[in-house]
Design a protein around this ligand. Sequence first.
Ligand code: AVI
Length: 327
Amino acid sequence: MANNSTSTQISNASLVRQFALEVSAGLTKPGQKELPSKYLYDSVGSALFEVICELPEYGLTCSEERILHQHATEIVDQLPRPVVVAELGSGTGRKTRLLLEALSRWQSTWYHPIEISPAALAVLRRELRDINSISIVGFEREYLDGLREVAVRRSTDEHLFVLFLGSTIGNFEGAASADFLSSARRILQAGDSLLLGTDMLKPVQTLISAYDDPIGVTSAFNLNLLARINRELGADFNLQQFAHQAVFNEKTHSVEMHLRSRSRQTVRVPEASISVEFEKDETIWTESSHKYSQEELASLARHSGFRPQEQWLDQSWGFAENLWIAE
Ligand code: AVI
């Protein structure tokens, strides 16, 4: 029978204060204005992201699910036993279920989703509670803080199996992805495993359709960030005056989402104590989604202290599930 609980830490007031500080820093930055992509995921943004994952143009999710449907047993058969599972971010749990069900065939398993959204943790607990022999204890924390907690709680004979699915690693900017994976590696012990989902390089038009879908879900997902700033920080963004834009940056191999100002305008954000001027066509950069080559993945593993053990590649979309071992 599943055992469910959550460990909570961050207060709401301090989250709003932090949000105001980061909005202020990003919108008053000289040159390219920006907003951190983590703020795309309030309850509205998370619901829109779930819809994005169903869109035929956004092939990542189906592609990763195909891999796990076909290979979950093969993946977990490569792990040392016993294992404790930690997941960075959680989604709806549909992909995780495939791995947990495969694991539950040979052992009772602790599963620790790590996620700053309490709503996402609650959904996940509901979705996965029927899996036999799985005990769920979620951590409402930033990824590395949560991983540290899981690491100190495991007993000496247990191995950690860390899931970082969905190509979320691609949303880390430039060197930040290697820094993040190196920090995660330092929390692990040699022999622990990481299952890393990565979206691979593909033709630009396929990528642009994935991030600028014809029915406008990704546009709503992006614009919701401004709506969230209106709701939570009392700002007066007029959403009609901003347009969603997806562009492929050839230098960084990333799809970038921007919000383009349709006119010259001024926006006030009272809770962040700022007033921001926009030129016509000036953009706010809201997210980068990096696309990987095989060479780059090999070098990323090496630089962050992992040895690639095996890769499962879905050729039809171009998504890879990578099993790396901490060295
Ligand atoms: C969560 N992350 C991996 C998604 C991506 O593809 O970068 C977020 C997303 N942004 C727009 N569409 C999906």
